[in-house]
Write a protein that binds this ligand. Structure first.
Ligand SMILES: Nc1ncnc2c1ncn2[C@@H]1O[C@H](COP(=O)(O)OP(=O)(O)OP(=O)(O)O)[C@@H](O)[C@H]1O
Length: 584
């Protein structure tokens, strides 16, 4: 996702408000506590003036001292409570953003996933959302409470001495103009720093996902350089943002010092001409001192918002990726449910508008029950057939039906609930063997689990493992062999009691004994379920009820093994080479 994508769409603050809205009451409570803290601070100069007045008129100062002590204690207590409430709210905002973003990412369409780096998406959930914490407390509350305190302080100053207020305002407004120039680069640098964190996440994911290959290829130094480059870019941009933030903070600090000195000089002259008394000057100077905090707060809010805005823009980019509608989980087929029929009618499909067509009018008809094998050279578009049946993608034209009903008319969850899908590279997720098997049907009871473990010949493995089904299989199932992963994937799909089983056969991985056993299992399943197999083995194909021969995105022949060997030269050639040469 490029930085340019942030230029469109609603402003970042609107997204921030969406996350903040559920917490508006606690945020308001925190803001009120902050204001109360500010108010107790504001009252101090007035009491100080009383104290000086009492001293100069030989009155007792006990009352004033007591009031000052009370105000100091109240200031500390309210301040502490306020900052806790605000921090807690900010964490809740982060939680809300993480929840909604992670739910959204789970619903991403596969087309969107094809175009993005998982590592970068991960950074958006982990790192970018974290930045919302400061935006909520520092920016929203800072701007609100700091702004109000600022106005209240200025009003008090105006009441004490309008002339000195004019002097103060002149200095403050001058500083404001300078700040207007300093702030925009903070946003740019922050966005680039966060983008670099995303690049780093993507590079990390790429390396850790294939660490064995990286090591075997001796690619560590190059990959290390790529990682370091991304980390350094983030550092460089963060330092740039820090430089501008520091300049902004110090401009505010400098403005206050100048205001202090100017007020001292002008106020001193006014005391000399008896326009005001010393107590008024001291009170005004204290107000200038108290002005420091809200001004710093407002400046901090504005600079902090630039970082938050950059993070919000990255979150917004992720939320603009195409996603599937939210689904209610659909019930799995009940035992003995009717098998499904599948048909493709003149389907044309390409993975993206700028890519060539993969299917150029694919047509076939698979009746309910039985086994249909898809064969053809590598890249013919066989796996793509399965992706379309699962509605990972939608066809450009033509019609795909399940039970005679267009896939687009199915509720996505019900459609997928009817299907068991075994991918070619048989993904296994980290966690236990049991977690992996139950992934598609968490309700399955121990009996069903044991039965499926037996039919997929995983029982020997389970008996050997130290913790049986509860043994952890490692990241992507690295603690299992390729053949075991394949069998786990098949068991997982079978446990769903699918009405349609899509089996993308692995090109190798199963030994002869297990292969024969699984063939029997699949043949068994095909008696009660519709089974589609992308076949790479002649042994699978010969037992199929029908074979669909695909080549370059078209169906060139349909028939049984016996028919096709004589009727279709490509099939005859594939069969002669046992599918291995072409199926690769
Ligand atoms: N997500 C994707 N984005 C873009 N192109 C893709 C994508 N997936 C597959 N392709 C392309 O689509 C074509 C068909 O792929 P497909 O996986 O359907 O072939 P296949 O017949 O199953 O091949 P094999 O027998 O090697 O598994 C290939 O040329 C591939 O490069």
């Amino acid at each position: 996702m490029s930085t340019a994508e942030t230029e469109t769409g609603p402003p970042a603050w609107r997204l921030l408000l969406t996350y903040v809205r559920p917490h508006r009451r606690t945020l308001l409570a925190g803001a009120l506590l902050s204001l109360a803290t500010g108010a107790t601070g504001l009252m101090l100069p007035l009491v100080a003036r009383e104290l000086i007045d009492d001293l100069s008129h030989d009155r007792t100062i006990a009352g004033a001292l007591l009031a000052m002590s009370g105000l100091v204690v109240a200031n500390a207590a309210l301040g502490g409570l306020g900052s806790y409430v605000l921090r807690r709210t900010a964490e809740s905002v982060v939680l809300g953003a993480r929840r909604s973003l992670s739910s959204y990412l789970l619903r991403l369409r596969i087309t969107a996933v094809d175009r993005t780096e998982p590592g970068d998406l991960m950074a958006r959930i982990t790192s970018d959302t974290t930045l919302l914490r400061e935006v909520t407390t520092d920016s929203l509350v800072g701007l609100g409470t700091g702004g109000l305190t600022l106005v209240a302080t200025l009003v008090m100053m105006g009441l004490v001495d309008p002339v000195l207020l004019g002097v103060t305002l002149a200095v403050v407004l001058g500083a404001g103009a300078v700040l207007g120039l300093i702030v925009p680069p903070i946003n740019r640098a922050s966005r680039q720093a966060q983008d670099a964190v995303g690049v780093m996440g993507a590079a990390l994911e790429r390396i850790l996902g294939a660490l064995r290959t990286v090591k075997a290829s001796g690619a560590e130094p190059r990959e290390e350089r790529a990682l370091h480059a991304a980390a350094e870019e983030s550092w460089r941009q963060s330092v740039r943002a820090a430089k501008w933030s520091a300049a902004a903070g110090n401009t505010a600090g400098l403005a206050m010092q100048i205001a202090f000195i100017t007020v001292l000089a002008v106020g001193g002259a006014r005391v000399a001409t008896e326009a005001i008394d010393v107590g008024t000057l001291v009170a005004f100077l204290l107000f200038v001192f108290y002005l420091m905090s809200p001004i710093q707060q407002v400046v901090g809010a504005v600079t902090q918002y630039q970082t938050g805005k950059a993070a919000l823009a990255r979150i917004q980019d992720a939320l603009r990726l195409p996603a599937e509608p939210p689904v209610r989980p659909a019930p799995l087929p009940s035992p003995g449910a009717e098998p499904a029929a599948v048909a493709f009618q003149d389907v044309r499909f390409r993975y993206a508008d700028d890519l060539p067509y993969i299917h150029h009018g694919v047509t076939f008809d698979v009746p309910a029950r039985g086994m249909t094998a898809f064969v053809g050279p590598s890249g013919a578009g066989k796996t793509t057939v399965f992706s379309l049946v699962e509605r990972f993608y939608d066809p450009g034209s033509g019609e795909i039906t399940l039970d005679g009903r267009n896939l687009a008319d199915w509720e996505l969850a019900s459609l997928r609930a009817a299907i068991g899908y075994v991918e070619q590279d048989a993904p296994v997720l980290s966690g236990s063997l049991r977690d992996n098997l139950l992934l598609g049907n968490p309700e399955a009871d121990d009996g069903a689990l044991a039965a499926v473990v037996k039919t997929t010949r995983l029982d020997g493995l389970v008996a050997r493992l130290p913790n049986g089904l509860d043994t952890l299989v490692g990241h992507r199932g690295t603690r299992l062999s390729g053949g075991e992963r394949q069998r786990v994937a098949i068991a997982r799909a079978l446990l769903r009691r699918p009405r349609l089983l899509l089996l993308d056969e692995a090109t190798s991985q199963l030994d002869a004994v297990n292969e024969a056993a699984l063939r029997d299992t699949v043949a068994d399943v095909a008696r009660t379920t519709t089974v589609l197999v992308v076949a790479h083995r002649l042994s699978t194909v010969t037992m199929a009820d029908r074979i669909v021969v695909m080549d370059a995105g078209r169906v060139r022949a349909v028939g049984t093994h016996r028919e096709l060997v004589t009727a279709d030269p490509l099939y005859a050639e594939l069969a002669a080479t046992q599918f291995l040469a072409a199926g690769g």
